[in-house]
Design a protein around this ligand. Structure first.
Ligand code: CO
Length: 154
């Protein structure tokens, strides 16, 4: 496993649309392992592959109930609306308010290729929406209703 460099706002890779994984191979597993390590090292709750410069539809999450790895995730149901205050490892020293659904259902493949379906609410739903946006080249600051600078180290 290895910690990868997190790309930050201004890097064109963050604006690109990621491609699906066709075949889960050793490279995919290494990517998943490295993304989890990189996410934990940066104290993040979610990371999308383009944030480490890989334009593939892969996401890691940990919103408090353990590591979740998603390959080719798709939101198939979405309901409600809430105001979410978000930050992003690729947008240092800022927080912003974004409108998000309160509940989503997401389908994806796990690292073994098994199809999974997950219902998520509140923080988990928000984190999934935030990370899946990265796969389409969208940062939360692109859709935020307000963004504020915060002091470094806060
Ligand atoms: Co982010």
């Amino acid at each position: 496993m290895a910690i990868r460099e997190i790309r930050v706002e201004g890097d064109p890779v963050l604006k690109k649309v990621s491609r699906e994984i066709d075949i889960i191979n050793e490279r995919t597993i290494t990517l998943l392992n490295d993304m989890a390590e990189t996410m934990y090292h940066a104290n993040g709750i979610g990371l999308a592959a383009p944030q480490v410069g890989v334009l593939r539809r892969v996401v890691t999450l940990n919103v408090g109930s353990g590591l979740i790895e998603m390959i080719n995730p798709v939101i198939v149901e979405s309901e409600g609306e809430c105001n979410s205050t978000e930050a992003c490892l690729s947008v240092p020293n800022k927080v912003g308010d974004v409108l998000r659904p309160t509940k989503v259902v997401v389908e994806y493949l796990d690292r073994t290729g098994e199809k999974k379906r997950m219902e998520a609410e509140e923080l988990a739903a928000i984190a999934i929406c935030h990370e899946l946006d990265h796969l389409d080249g969208v940062l939360y600051v692109d859709k935020a209703v307000a963004v504020n600078e915060i002091a470094d180290g806060e």
